[in-house]
Write a protein that binds this ligand. Structure first.
Ligand code: SF4
Length: 332
């Protein structure tokens, strides 16, 4: 029997008021992450990935609000907790690695002290022991000469080192789940590869569940075990990473994959997805992807597709998807 997921999100709905409208930035999002697993959440900018991540911490910026849903961390439902109880779980249970490391670090506090502060906010450890552990954590995340680096400030760190320091801070409270929001976007490709390798090692060796938010399919292919594709606030496809790349089920996923540059492709031959991500306050009727979908049929303009299970753990939200027959393959 598979182990229970360390993070389980069910039917999460986040809305933002806009004039008289309400914008559903996350519309019935369900996902799960197992220990030691890296799950990629992908989609274009504005599809609701980051809002979903913030909702897991109950940190949706105002005037946004979580309308309904459950977020269970190792069996504890977070959305119903008091603010005080929730603070215990943020960091110690589920930790966040943001996109811009430069903005997340305090410029006037030594890097080591910032790690110590996180540690002591969540664990009963004296300052001296915490400092030793902070140095060990910096070493663990691949920072050379950690004793010296721990005494330095953020401006003395390169972009890649800042991101590593933030991961060390996230680990300081010994979380079960790490939510990394585009953690390599601001970094050059070689540094990016090092950070991704670090996340993969941590997931494997510390049994850490990682939810990796990205728009970069190369990142997904290199370290994720499973992938969730998000469009207009909804998960439109979920699959193991190999299946997704070998046989994408949703027309949007196919379009995303086709738009990835490949060696040998003629200049100007890269297909772009036509149109733009829809305004969430004015979604088209039926399937939200229909104005951009190359295989849309008339029904797509009227009927909102429900998720169709193609195989265990594999689903696609598309009217053209055919449910799997018992014991047989799904057809699309
Ligand atoms: Fe395309 Fe229709 Fe499927 Fe939506 S439901 S992805 S418009 S075929």
């Amino acid at each position: 029997m598979p182990e229970a997921a360390v993070l389980q999100v069910e039917d999460l709905v986040v809305e933002f008021p806009r004039g008289r409208e309400r914008v559903l930035a996350a519309d019935g999002v369900s996902l799960d992450v197992q220990r030691g697993e890296i799950v990629g959440l992908i989609g274009e900018s504005g599809c609701g990935k980051s809002v979903t991540a913030l909702a897991l911490f109950r940190l949706v910026p105002e005037p946004g609000r979580i309308v309904r849903g459950t977020v269970r961390l190792a069996g504890v439902e977070l959305l119903g907790l008091s603010e005080r109880e929730l603070r215990r779980h943020r960091g110690a249970g589920i930790a966040y690695v943001p996109q811009e490391p430069g903005e997340a670090l305090n410029p006037v506090v030594r890097i080591g002290s910032q790690i110590v502060d996180v540690m002591r906010a969540h664990r009963d450890v004296d300052r001296r022991a915490a400092w030793r552990e902070a140095v060990a954590l910096l070493r663990r995340v691949g920072i050379a000469d950690p004793e010296r680096r721990a005494r330095q400030y953020a401006h003395q760190f390169s972009g890649g080192m800042k991101q590593r320091a933030l991961i060390a801070m996230a680990l300081a409270a010994r979380p079960k789940v790490l939510v990394a929001d585009e953690p390599t976007t601001a970094l050059d490709p070689t540094i990016q590869a090092g950070i991704l390798e670090l996340l993969a090692t941590l997931a494997r060796e510390e049994s850490l569940g990682v939810l990796l938010i990205t728009h970069d399919l190369g990142v997904v292919a290199s370290i994720c075990d499973r992938v969730l594709v998000m469009y207009a606030g909804r998960i439109v496809e979920r699959a193991a990473v190999d299946e997704l790349f070998a046989d994408p089920g949703h027309p949007y996923t196919r379009a995303l994959l086709a738009a990835v540059p490949r060696p040998g492709l003629r200049r100007g031959a890269l297909p772009a997805i036509p149109g733009a991500v829809p305004d969430l306050a004015a979604l088209p009727p039926g399937c939200a992807f229909h104005p951009r979908c190359p295989v849309a049929i008339d029904a797509c303009r009227q009927v909102e597709p429900a998720p169709v299970e193609l195989a265990p753990g594999r689903s696609v939200r598309c009217l053209l998807a055919t449910p799997s027959a018992p014991g047989g393959d799904a057809r699309r």
